[in-house]
Design a protein around this ligand. Structure first.
Ligand SMILES: NC(=O)c1ccc[n+]([C@@H]2O[C@H](COP(=O)([O-])OP(=O)(O)OC[C@H]3O[C@@H](n4cnc5c(N)ncnc54)[C@H](OP(=O)(O)O)[C@@H]3O)[C@@H](O)[C@H]2O)c1
Length: 295
C-alpha cells in the first residue's frame, strides 16, 4: 500500500481569466494536487501577514500567482496601486514562499519589452517597458527571483478566455452591434487562450514533481503571428459575423493612454523544450473559445 500525497497549491487572483481556467481543469488533477483558489475578497496579495498565514496554515507547496492589476491604461493615472499589486505584493509573495519552503509560478507580460524587435523575443532579450503596467511587471520579475530562488516567471501576451473581459468578447459584441469597426493593424503579436496557458502551468507542476523545479523566465503564447486587425477578422469569421466591415488603422489613429509594444511575438522554444509542452496555433485555440462562447 502506498499513500497518495497531494501537493497543496495556492492560486491567487483565481476569479480572473487565467485563474478561472486553472479552476476549470483542477479536478482532473486532484490525485496529485489540492488547489486553494483565492481572490482579493478572500486573500489580498498585498496583505503580507494574511499571505504568510495562509501559506503556513495550508502547508502550501506551490503558489500560482494569477493576481494582478491589469487595467493597462488606467495604470498610467493609478501607478501607486499598480505597483503595490504588480510589484510589491509579488516580492512579498516571494519572501513568504522562501520562508515557508514554497515555490512560485508567476505570470508576467510581453509589455516588459519595448516592441522594437524584428524577430521573436527570447527570454534574455533586454527589457524596456514603455508603460506603468509594463514597468510594474518588469520590476516584479527580477525582484521576485531575488526574493525566492524557486520562482518560475511566465511572460504571456494578448490573453483571452471565456471568462472575464477581453478583446475577443469585445470584438464579438461590437461586431454584432455595429456596421463598421476600425482596428489597429500595425501592432504584431500572438494571442493566447488562457485555457492553453492553464494546461501549460499544470504541466510545469507535473514536471516539477517528477523531476526538479526549473526556476527561471519563460515565454508562453499560442503559436503563430498576427495583428489586432487580423485577429478581429478571425474572431468575426469564427463567430459568423458578416454584417460588420472591419478596416485597418494605425496606432497613431487610435491613441491610448499607455503605449503598447509595436511587436511582441514571443519565442517559446525554452518552455517547450524544458517542460515538453506542445503549444496550439492561435487560430485553432481562438476557434475553440469562440465556439464555447456562442454555445
Ligand atoms: N490580460 C492580458 O491580456 C494579459 C497579457 C499578458 C500578461 N497578462 C498577465 O497574466 C496574468 C493573468 O491575467 P488575467 O487576464 O487572468 O488577469 P485578470 O483577469 O485581470 O485577473 C486578475 C485577478 O486578480 C485579482 N486581483 C487584483 N488585485 C488583487 C489583490 N490585491 N489580491 C488578490 N487578487 C487580486 C483581480 O480581481 P479584480 O478583478 O477584483 O481586480 C482579478 O480577479 C496577470 O499577471 C497579467 O498581468 C495578462
Amino acid at each position: 500500500m502506498f499513500e497518495l500525497v497531494q501537493k497543496n497549491i495556492l492560486v491567487t487572483g483565481a476569479n480572473g481569466q487565467l485563474g478561472s481556467e486553472i479552476r476549470r481543469i483542477a479536478d482532473v488533477h486532484e490525485d496529485n494536487f489540492r488547489f486553494f483558489f483565492t481572490d482579493v475578497d478572500t486573500l489580498d496579495i498585498t496583505d503580507l501577514k494574511a499571505i504568510d498565514h495562509f501559506i503556513k496554515e495550508n502547508k502550501i507547496k506551490y503558489i500560482i500567482n494569477c493576481a494582478a492589476y491589469t487595467a493597462v491604461d488606467k495604470a498610467e493615472d493609478d501607478a501607486e496601486l499598480c505597483y503595490k499589486i504588480n510589484r510589491d505584493a509579488v516580492i512579498n509573495l516571494g519572501i513568504s514562499a522562501t520562508n515557508n519552503a514554497a515555490k512560485i509560478i508567476h505570470v508576467s507580460t510581453d509589455y516588459v519589452f519595448d516592441g522594437t524587435n524584428t524577430r521573436p523575443y527570447i527570454e534574455t532579450d533586454p527589457v524596456n517597458p514603455k508603460s506603468v503596467y509594463g514597468k510594474s511587471k518588469q520590476e516584479a520579475e527580477s525582484s521576485l527571483m531575488d526574493a525566492c530562488a524557486d520562482s518560475i516567471v511566465i511572460r504571456t501576451a494578448w490573453l483571452y478566455s471565456i471568462f472575464g473581459n477581453n478583446f475577443v468578447k469585445t470584438m464579438i459584441k461590437l461586431g454584432q452591434e455595429r456596421d463598421t469597426l476600425n482596428v489597429v493593424a500595425d501592432q504584431t503579436g500572438t494571442p493566447t487562450n488562457a485555457a492553453d496557458l492553464a494546461k501549460a502551468i499544470i504541466k510545469i507542476l507535473d514536471h516539477s514533481e517528477a523531476y526538479d523545479f526549473k526556476a527561471g523566465i519563460y515565454h508562453y503564447s499560442n503559436e503563430g503571428v498576427t495583428t489586432w486587425y487580423d485577429f478581429t477578422l478571425a474572431i468575426h469569421k469564427d463567430a459568423g459575423i458578416t454584417s460588420c466591415k472591419v478596416s485597418p488603422i494605425t496606432t497613431d489613429q487610435y491613441p491610448t493612454k499607455a503605449a503598447r509594444p509595436q511587436y511582441s511575438v514571443l519565442d517559446k522554444t525554452k518552455i517547450k523544450t524544458t517542460f515538453g509542452i506542445t503549444i496550439p496555433n492561435w487560430e485553432e485555440s481562438l476557434n475553440i473559445c469562440v465556439r464555447e462562447l456562442l454555445s
